[in-house]
Design a protein around this ligand. Structure first.
Ligand code: ZN
Length: 183
């Protein structure tokens, strides 16, 4: 089978055009459950969590670096932090949230802020059990809050493209399919 199909998508020239040469208006795409965007492109004015019209629509920054970098933590936390700050890539987009998800996010932020309270309470009571329970409650509230307050999950950000998960399928449906090859 070696038939030439003139209607088939081109197989080779499918890499995204370089950023400076892409004059098109399309800057956001979907690919499966991923949202892809130019690193400075604004997302549609809909909630990224549920696809409802956004009431909170503002510029937000997201960062990503290669997961291999986490190995540096084993070496030295400070080395990791310095290297991560240098090599991390940034995506910056106008991102929408509806009133419900804006409120939900505020509650997660509040939970993270309040997480030291059970820790302090447990240590003030000065028994082994309260200190242990206080520490556990602190960790659960802190990480639950930090994870819950995230708006987008950066999967990969390069100079050319930012890829995010955790986006509402209803928002993704509004975007054109990503026409290029993913590396
Ligand atoms: Zn929403």
């Amino acid at each position: 089978m070696n038939t030439f199909n003139p209607y088939a998508a081109p197989q080779s020239a499918v890499l995204p055009p370089a950023l400076e040469r892409s004059g098109g208006t399309e800057n956001c795409w979907r690919d499966g459950s991923d949202l892809l965007a130019r690193p400075q492109a604004d997302l549609p004015r809909y909630c990224v969590k549920c696809g409802e019209p956004a009431v909170d629509y503002r510029k937000r920054s997201f960062y990503w670096h290669s997961p291999w970098l986490y190995l540096l933590i084993l070496l030295q936390m400070i080395i990791y932090l310095v290297v991560a700050l240098i090599v991390r890539r940034q995506g910056q987009h106008q991102v929408g949230l509806c009133a419900a998800h804006q409120g939900q996010r505020r509650r997660f932020i509040l939970m993270a802020w309040l997480s030291p309270l059970p820790l302090m309470g447990g240590f003030m009571l000065e028994t082994g059990t309260t200190m242990l329970l206080g520490s556990l409650a602190f960790l659960v509230m802190l990480f639950w809050g930090l994870i819950g307050m995230r708006i987008l999950k950066p999967r990969r950000i390069t100079r050319e493209l930012a890829v995010y998960g955790g986006v509402s399928p209803r928002l993704l449906e509004r975007l054109p399919r990503y026409p290029y090859r993913r590396d």
